[in-house]
Ligand binder design. Structure first.
Ligand SMILES: [Zn+2]
Length: 206
């Protein structure tokens, strides 16, 4: 048993399967992570494979391309919900902005405000006692204006700025915005929160 102290390592995955993750090599590369975070738009089999090889918990949200009954065996959905891992509190909100009907896992700005509002009381109470309302927030889409895009499907959520301001997560991780060039940002500090675009794989450490 390695004494890891307060050091945390999280393998975050999103949007696209990565060959070196979807192989037995994942055990050597990421065998010591605390848990796995799924930011959506990923095949169930892929996440299930990583969970079984690493034998670590998975917390995930659905993306806009995931089916209605998106349950990953061995994982725990944090879509509009909370989860605990040791002393850490994790929360999440999946889906993207509504851009076409019928729009499974798609929300208007107003609907996302309503979803986030339901989660705020618990986060505010914890912030008073622990300094952070939540340690990690897992989303599929990004906050509005931060690592999002201007086309109708990739605009970020304004409500997520409320999460960052009021709950002060250490990390806000998301996918959905595909990075095509090295010039595009994948990490932005917003207040006390580091916003990270996971696409397609990131090791988040603190
Ligand atoms: Zn997406």
């Amino acid at each position: 048993m390695i004494a890891r102290g307060n050091r945390r390592r999280v393998l975050a995955l999103s949007d696209q399967t990565v060959p070196y993750v979807y192989s037995p090599a994942v055990k050597e590369r990421f065998g010591d992570v605390d848990f796995i975070a799924g930011c959506g738009d990923l095949p169930r089999d892929y996440l299930e494979y990583v969970v079984s090889l690493l034998d670590r918990p998975l917390f995930y949200v659905p993306g806009n391309h995931d089916p209605d009954d998106y349950h990953v065996p061995g994982g725990q959905s944090v879509d509009g919900a909370f989860a605990r891992h040791e002393s850490l509190l994790i929360a999440g909100a999946g889906g993207s902005i509504r851009y076409k009907p019928p729009g499974l896992h798609q929300y208007t700005q107003r609907q996302m405000y309503q979803r986030v509002l339901m989660m705020l009381p618990r986060m505010l109470i914890r912030r008073l006692t622990r300094g952070r309302g939540v340690d990690l927030f897992i989303a599929h889409a990004s906050p509005f204006g931060v690592q999002d895009a201007r086309d109708p499907a990739h605009i970020g959520f304004k409500a997520f700025h409320g999460v960052i301001r009021l709950a002060r997560p250490r990390y806000f991780i998301h996918g959905h915005t595909h990075i095509h060039r090295n010039l595009e940002r994948s990490e932005t500090q917003v207040g006390d929160t580091c916003v990270v675009n996971v696409y397609p794989e990131r090791l988040v450490e603190w």
